[in-house]
Design a protein around this ligand. Sequence first.
Ligand code: NAP
Length: 291
Amino acid sequence: MKCIDFIDGKTGVLGIIGNPIEHTFSPVLQNTIASVLKHNFVLVPFEVKKGHVKTAIDGAFELGIKGMCVTIPHKQEVIEALVDIDEKAKQIGAVNMLKRVENGFKGFNTDIIGLKKSLEMKNILIKNKKILILGAGGAARSVGILAASENAKEIFIANRTIEKAVGLADDINKYYGTDIKALSYDEAEKLSDINIIIQATSVGMSSTTNQSPIQNKNIFKGVDACFDIIYSPWETEFLKSAAAMGITAINGFDMLIYQGIAGYEIWNDIKIENNIAEEIKYNLTHYYRNL
Ligand code: NAP
C-alpha cells in the first residue's frame, strides 16, 4: 500500500516512541490518514530506551516534531516529560498521543476515544447498561474510565490479580463517585443480566491464542454485545464463544483505527468526517488482513 507520496522541505514530521518499535502499526495508520487527506506529513518510528523518554521528548520538540504517538512501555513514563495533560489521560494515568504546544508537548489518551467510537459505530451504548470488564491493566483503565464517564448503570471489574482490580475500581470510584465492584473470575462467572462484556486482558493473543479468560459460558446468557480489545488473532476464543451464542462480537481493530484518527484530529485541530474515516478504515483493514 502506498501511503507517502513525497517528502520535501515542508513535510511535517510526526513520530512514535516505544521499545520494541518495529512491530508498530502506527506509521502505516497515520501515513495512510495523511495520504487520504492529501496532507504533507510523515510519521516515523523511534526506538527509545526506558529512562530516556524525557531526553527524547525534549529533543523531538527542538527538532520541530509536530506530534508523537507513545506505545509500550512509555505510556506512563512520558507523563513527566509533558508541559500539560488532558484531564481524561490524567484520570487513566497513561498517555498515548502528544500534541506540540507552545513550550513542549501536551499528552492525551486516544485509546478511550477509539473505544468509544468503535462501540458507537456498532450502536452499542454504555449508558444505563450493566458492564463487565475483564482485566485491570493499562487498557482496562481506559475501559473503566469510559464506562464510568458514560454513566453505565453498574460496572464490574474482574482480574486474575484481584488486588489490581480493587485498585482500579477504587481509583475510578474516587473520580466518578461510582460503586464499581472488583471480582475474581469465579465470582464474575456467577453474574447475571450483564449487557456488555469488554475483554481488556492480553489473554487470547501470542502464547495464549487458544485461551479465553472466561471458562463458564453461562455468563454469555442475556448479553447483548462482547468487545475484545485484541485484534490479533482477528477472532479470539472469547469472541468465538460470544458469536457462537448469537451475541454481537467486535474485535479491537476499529478501536486501533479510531484512536489513530483521534490523534490525527488532535494534532491538526480538524474533524475527520465519518465517510472519510470509513475510507481510511477500509484501506487499513484490507491492508492488515492481507499482511
Ligand atoms: P497490561 O497492562 O500488561 O495488562 C494485562 C492484563 O491482562 C492484566 O489484567 C493481566 O492480569 C491480564 N493477563 C495477562 N495474562 C493473563 C493470564 N494468563 N490470565 C489472566 N489474565 C492475564 O496490558 P494492557 O496495556 O492493558 O494491554 C492489554 C491488551 O490490550 C493487549 O493485548 C494490547 O495489545 C491490547 N490493546 C489494544 C488496543 C487497541 O487499540 N485495540 C489498545 C491498547 C491495548 P494480571 O493483572 O493478573 O497480571
